[in-house]
Design a protein around this ligand. Sequence first.
Ligand code: PHE
Length: 454
Amino acid sequence: MSKLERAGFGSKLGVILATAGSAVGLGNIWRFPFMTGQNGGAVFIIIYIFCVLLLGIPCMISEFIIGRNGQCNTARAFSKISGGSAWTLIGYMGVLTGFLISSYYAVVSGWCLEYVWASLLGKLEGDPTFINSYFETFTQDPVKPVFWTFLILLATYLIVENGVRDGIERASKLMMPILFILLLIIVVASCMLPNAQKGIEFLLKPDISMVNGDVFLSALGQSFYSLSLAMGCICTYASYFSKHTDLPGSAIQIGIIDFIVALLAGLLIFPAAFSVGVNPDSGPSLIFITLPNVFQQAFSAVPAIGYVVALLFYILLSMAALTSLMSLHEVSTAFIEEELGATRKKAALMVTICCMFLGIFCSLSIGAVERYHFFGMSLFNLFDFVTGQLMLPIVGFLTSILIGWFVPHRIVRDEFTNRGTLDNNGLFHIYLFLVKYVCPICIMFIFLHQFGLL
Ligand code: PHE
């Protein structure tokens, strides 16, 4: 496809909803609430807001700049902005990270679908031991999780193959408002439960005594993950933005939406959990074991409400996962389409098949064939580690260095200000300072800290 014919998002709303769809995902709904509760409540939220403002949004703008300047897939966009030098490798790393993460993200997204199905059939009813064993039995099954992984990948394929405007943009415009409405409905139901205020307090009460270096670093890592940075997603989507899209303005709006969804998820989970005296657990068990129990007990007075809330919750979770998965899929699809000259349908199909293939191994590695380990980890955890803890910070760090120190500021300014048509020169200087100094230093801290080097 020539540059002139290249597809793009059709509207400003499409840009915001599709990119926010990528950002809003499982990270907002179970990771953020728990981290907040554990790391000092309101204090963590304040630190998190600073991280989003000082690190997340500038990094997002950098990816926007690279993507829109390139008008092509992430690998080529890095090559273009850097004049074809060794920096191109970061683009390739971004594509690879996006691809690797999509197969394991698909596995967890598949679990969400299973839970939609199970709650629809009323299978998630029973005592806590039953619900616990339900999750164990399901993830250990050799076929079921793989089936659901395939199904969510098929859904992703059917959306992505239709292109940016008719596929991704349309699906995001439909799903994001539904997601938001469902979230609000469950938050209201949850906050009306007896003793709900205890959960709200747990989430929001500032507890300075819990703040230490770790809390800052957790907030930094979470802001990065939550905004889908360093995986090629933001850069790829930005390549579909029009030349009139206000890049900094859009990044700020997306950061706000992503934060609001995360906060609402906390207001959904904690009041319900505290109303029945359940201590919310971390990790996958929070959404797949603790919450089904909580919903059932909290709404036991009118079981139909418990049934509906659980069903809506898993639909909401699946939609959040699907919109993120679409963006991950698009990174590799655009890459194959443009680098191998494949048609969109073929490119999307190839990516889907490869993700399914890897998805089988990821899924089995935490279930049926758990005993096979690579570097002491299951394949699932290895993917999580390599992408989240290794490639993500490396790509993020190098992207900031590239934009801050190597790309001519004229190019960066042109993209930031839409060739001088936006009146945001003051903001540009702040951005440049953050991207030159603050972002690389902060990311370096996270990186060293997670390996115990700091
Ligand atoms: N931002 C997503 C979330 O919060 C995760 C994600 C990361 C999605 C990177 C796409 C790319 O769950």
